[in-house]
Write a new protein. Structure first.
Lengths: 489, 250
């Protein structure tokens, strides 16, 4: 198999900086081919379905307004959700951080004496690293989303928030299934592989009495929860077990049931390029004799309220996890998700992860973007990702200044000097002349620079640089004999 | 009509031929062109790398410098995008009321080159002659930030002799990204390789754009790879005529 030999690290507290973590991926031809192919398929579908919606921009505005309104009144809507959900027979728990959330979930499973649990794909559970924690506590955790099964059985990490096994192709899936299920006869026909996954799952759905889900939306008005999915595994998890625990970020709430009209339209088209997702599950609390009788919602803060307090950054929390930004991102297209060292990759990960870490970790992520703006253009809730990336970069620089770390890196020293030079035309002009003389040392006979030291070497490792011209523009302009083309005027 | 040319720091230093072409072109069209000798940089490099204080002082200098200019023309979409997208935030945070109002007064008079030609001068046919096969790379700032739309295509269409070759995946970034090109040099290069495949597939002689920054990146790779294609700022195409082909100001 051609996956990068080392298992990628998706824990921002120990992950390598982005530019280093990207290297093994950039060398993995198979992985890059898989990522580009999968993204092209999704992008083509999304493009077609967004184009058919003549009011797409209005829908985006409506979705952005709903989400912005929620964030300005988050406390009110969360309390309303808690009251209504409790009244409908649910139990609401508040977790200020990952450790508290894990503890709450373990407590519920222990009180139910559950030694096995089935799961719907949930980003928040990956965020709090729930699976390894529960397994260490003796609970067998079974993912039920097809892609998550592939990753779990193959001992791999997700690389995308909607299509987590996007970096793996079907012949690689066959290898994983053949090995882990002990079925060497399997072919790489998608139907056969899906069938193998079904057989693997069926008994688990029927036998395991506890399930963990995330939540796409919480409805304040009704105390209800909404989950969208494609495979029906979610519907099984949400209806068959006796106990259900939904783990949701505090930002997931919507004011009214009818807000789903807007949100479900933008989500399905943005995420999977579908008019509507195949399965939408909506439920309120507990219904006697029907579905789980023991229903818990764990509301997770884990850094979110600190983001909420910042006017510009707050928009980060509008995110509905559609992944349109990573599908549109030219950086993600080359690196896939693992290089981001976080369960949230791509442009949204580059702004969300450092903020969830309160900039104590993942400081390289705000720089993991060429600021091309493709993410902002596709975002269904209009998160101005480039703006936040730049803002976070400024915070990283302020932090370095404060701590005195990183300020002596050649690039930072260069930028500081450039800051002084740009403050005066005289200094700038002098620097241009000195630069021109200095550049001669590196300029070859063909007039180009093929190799530079220090930061410049980062440029010349793949690109030449034309040598400095004999005259700057300003020297030419100030000394030119006369205006051109003014004859006859 | 009078216009003041903000040439930008990197064009001034590394691509004076682009500046000369803008002068040839605009003076040919009857514009009275000025050059403010105190100009340096718009602050973009500092702002985008997180050096907000430095960016602010450059932004402030620029606004004060051009307070009396009738129009400001900038042959770089990314520097125009810097002013439109980032100056307001910088001034809100670090500036005062008089700076904010000076900026608000200046902004409607700031034009990227193709905007100035089409929106202000009202010309699409600038009288250019450029008998070569050319493909156009839309820089991200030109495409998404300041939304140049079809302006570059309208200008190129009217150039006599020009054989236009459309670029596949036009909206995809070339990977330059300012300091991104050295901070994430390997990822930047991977993006560049993908872009070059598309650019070279056009079989053009020249790849043009309204930003020399992308072109420095793509042109540097073309030179390294012996790709047999050159980059050229669109100002140099538009300035070329039968009488004075591009060599006249190169």
């Amino acid at each position: 198999m051609s996956q990068a030999t080392e298992r990628p690290v998706l824990d921002p507290t120990i992950a390598l900086p982005f530019h280093q973590a990207a290297l093994p991926v950039l060398r993995d031809a198979q992985l890059r081919k898989n990522v580009a192919h999968a993204i092209d398929v999704i992008q083509t579908k999304r493009g077609r379905l967004v184009a058919e919606k003549t009011d797409w921009q209005e829908l985006r505005s409506a979705a952005a307004e709903i989400r912005a309104h929620v964030l300005e009144n988050l406390g009110t809507y969360l309390e309303q959700f808690e009251a209504r959900c409790t009244a409908a027979g649910g139990h609401v728990h508040w977790a200020s951080d990952a450790a508290e959330a894990r503890e709450i979930i373990r407590g519920i499973l222990r009180s139910e004496k559950a030694s096995e649990v089935i799961k719907i794909k949930t980003m928040t559970s990956a965020e709090i690293q729930l699976n390894p924690y529960l397994e260490a506590d003796g609970v067998n955790v079974f993912e039920t989303d097809l892609a998550e099964i592939i990753l779990q059985l193959g001992n791999q990490e997700p690389s995308h928030i909607v299509v987590p096994a996007l970096h793996i192709n079907r012949s690689q899936v066959r290898e994983i299934f053949a090995k882990s299920m002990g079925r060497p006869e399997l072919s790489d026909d998608p139907q056969t592989l899906t069938d193998a996954a079904r057989r693997y799952l069926r008994r688990k759905f029927l036998d395991i009495p506890a399930a963990i889900s995330g939540a796409n939306f919480l409805i304040a008005e009704t105390g209800g929860v909404a989950i969208v999915e494609s495979e029906g595994n979610g519907r099984m998890c949400l209806t068959l077990p006796k106990t259900l625990i939904a783990l949701a970020g505090i930002e997931k709430v919507l004011p009214r049931f009818t807000d789903l009209e807007v949100m479900l339209q933008v989500l399905a088209r943005s995420a999977t390029g579908e008019r509507m997702n195949p399965y939408t599950s909506l439920w309120n609390g507990v219904t006697p004799g029907d579905g789980p009788q023991n229903f818990h919602v764990v509301l997770l803060d884990n850094g979110r309220s600190s983001i909420l307090g910042k006017a510009k950054e707050r928009q980060t929390l509008r995110c509905i996890r559609c992944a349109a930004c990573m599908n549109a991102c030219p950086v993600y297209r080359q690196t896939g998700g693992h290089a981001y060292g976080s369960v949230y990759p791509g442009p949204i990960g580059a702004i969300l992860t450092p903020q969830l870490m309160q900039l104590q970790h993942a400081q390289s992520l705000p720089y993991a973007s060429s600021l091309c703006g493709a993410c902002y253009e596709v975002c269904p809730v209009k998160i101005n990702i480039p703006e936040i990336l730049i803002d976070l970069r400024a915070q990283v620089v302020d932090q370095e200044r404060h701590k005195g770390s990183g300020i002596f890196s050649p690039l930072n020293v260069g930028l500081r000097i450039a800051g002084v030079l740009f403050s005066s035309a005289g200094l700038f002009h002098a620097a241009q002349r000195i630069g021109r003389i200095g550049a001669r040392l590196f300029t070859r006979k063909d007039g180009w620079i093929h190799s530079l030291p220090s930061v410049g070497g980062k440029w010349t490792q793949t690109r030449d640089l034309r040598g400095f011209p004999k005259q700057t523009f300003r020297e030419w302009f100030e000394n030119r004999p006369a205006k051109i083309g003014t004859e006859g005027k | 009509m009078r216009a003041s040319l903000f040439i930008t720091c990197y064009n001034d230093t590394l691509f004076p031929e682009t500046g000369r072409a803008v002068v040839f072109l605009l003076e040919r069209l009857g514009v009275d062109l000025e050059f403010h000798p105190k100009q340096t940089c718009c602050g973009q490099m500092h702002a985008n790398t997180g050096f907000r204080t430095e960016a602010f002082s450059q932004a402030k200098r620029l606004v004060q410098m051009y307070a009396d200019a009738e129009n400001v023309v900038i042959p770089s979409s990314s520097c125009v995008a810097m002013m439109r997208d980032q100056y307001p935030g910088l001034f809100d945070e670090l500036g005062n009321q008089s700076l904010r109002s000076d900026f608000a007064a200046l902004l409607p008079r700031v034009y990227e080159l193709s905007e100035f030609l089409i929106d202000k001068l009202g010309v699409e046919d600038v009288g250019a002659y450029f008998p070569h096969r050319v493909t156009y790379h839309a820089s991200c700032h030109g495409l998404r930030a300041i939304q140049l739309g079809d302006r570059p295509f309208r200008l190129l269409q009217k150039v006599r002799g020009l054989d236009f070759a459309p670029l596949p995946n036009l909206d995809r970034c070339c990977g330059f990204g300012g300091t991104f090109s050295v901070k994430n040099a390997e990822v930047s290069s991977a993006m560049m390789t993908a872009k070059l495949q598309d650019v070279l597939s056009t079989k053009a002689e020249f790849c043009t754009a309204l930003d020399n920054s992308c072109l420095m990146h793509l042109g540097g790779a073309m030179h390294r790879e012996f790709a047999g294609m050159k980059t050229i700022h669109m100002a140099q195409i538009l300035a070329s005529t039968e009488k004075s082909p591009m060599e006249a100001f190169a």
